[in-house]
Design a protein around this ligand. Sequence first.
Ligand code: FAD
Ligand code: DHB
Length: 404
Amino acid sequence: MKTQVAIIGAGPAGLMLSHLLHLEGIDSIIVECRTREEIEGTIRAGVLEQGTVDLMNATGVGTRMMREGHVHHGIELQYNGIRHRVNMYELTEGKTIMVYPQHEIIKDLVARRLKDQGTIYFNVRDVSLHNINTDTPKIQFRKEENSELLEITCDFIAGCDGYHGPSRKMIPDEIRNEKKQIYPFGWLGILAKTPIANPELIYANHDRGFALISTRTPQIQRHYLQVDPNDDIANWSDDRIWSELKTRVETKDGWTLPDGPIIQKNIVSMRSFVCEPMQYGRLFIAGDAAHIVPPTGAKGLNLAMSDVQVLTKGVAAFYHCGDKDKMQRYSDIALRRVWKAQRFSWWMTTMLHRNHNHSPFERGIQVSELAYVTSSRAALTSLSENYTGLPIEWGSMEALHSQV
Ligand code: FAD
Ligand code: DHB
């Protein structure tokens, strides 16, 4: 098989990249190691930045999102049992966020790629990358266990295969610079059948730990609790989860959280991670393959979407103008936004989670930071512009941006 861009991974990064390339008249093939049902059923992110919403709409895949998603004009921050509304719409002069689940985006993108005759191989095995430092890279894979090895030759490989995929490790050790931080926090996430708890998301700091109240549909809600990252979900009965959530988000003025049957629960650990550079030879890595943020800033999926926009511009310049240089700037341009999102995610995480190793002094500083942020228009504006999404700094690609 032959294509222009071989894409490993059908997550938000791989699928959106394939869609954007198609709109530029560039051919791609996606190989994905999970089944279509699995990728369309995995519950993950929920918050889309304004730029992600605009991208979905501008490229014709936003219809269902606009119908079924929920536009939020702000969030609420809570500490010491008191809520503080952050009016992001007003502070950013009209920006909002959209609550629309990641797996629905996956469904929309898969449906559109298949409608546009795109090729996606689901449930593949043994994906490997070859010749990435030559003009003729290729990937190999099997359609199923023990079946013959198939080969896709291509001009470029896009590694969109998440944190555990094989792509990043193909960048030689002496070139790959990985920067990381592990947090002593985990998130226990639930999906529950209850009415909507609050019109906007609540990020709550409490002595017992952080809690987040989010939503999915009018009937199904998504909430998170800070737990020990090594804790076992078996230790968390539904009663214990509700009791802990209620304690952490109750307010002094008597607000209570509606409860109901929990239909899914799991624990994820939290890390910050950046791989520099995001390119080696003819391999480009994007999304979680290149960087991980702790989920408190709701940035992971959104960064995957901005990476692939930058990559598409570079690849399009190569095919449309024969310009190889623009593509070489992919890593620099993408990393600028990645680092800003890393800073914001780290800041939200440290401000909102309860670090039980902290001294009373450090806890005092944390509460004082919350008091400052919730009372300063400057701080609230900074939070709002980061949360609704910073622009891509095209820099030296600016000219290209207007051309392609
Ligand atoms: P992935 O979604 O991980 O996709 C990679 C794909 O590659 C997968 O389908 C995988 O099966 C496939 N793959 C892996 N290895 C191979 C292989 N060897 N061969 C073929 N295919 C392979 N982000 C936000 O923006 N907002 C939020 O509100 C938010 N909340 C979150 C809440 C939680 C609890 C979690 C866990 C994450 C959250 N995120 C959020 C982060 C977001 O889900 C990820 O950043 C996003 O999925 C990254 O997309 P991706 O396409 O880069 O990677
Ligand atoms: C959701 C996830 C997040 O990481 C976040 O910061 C806000 C909301 C969610 O899944 O709804």
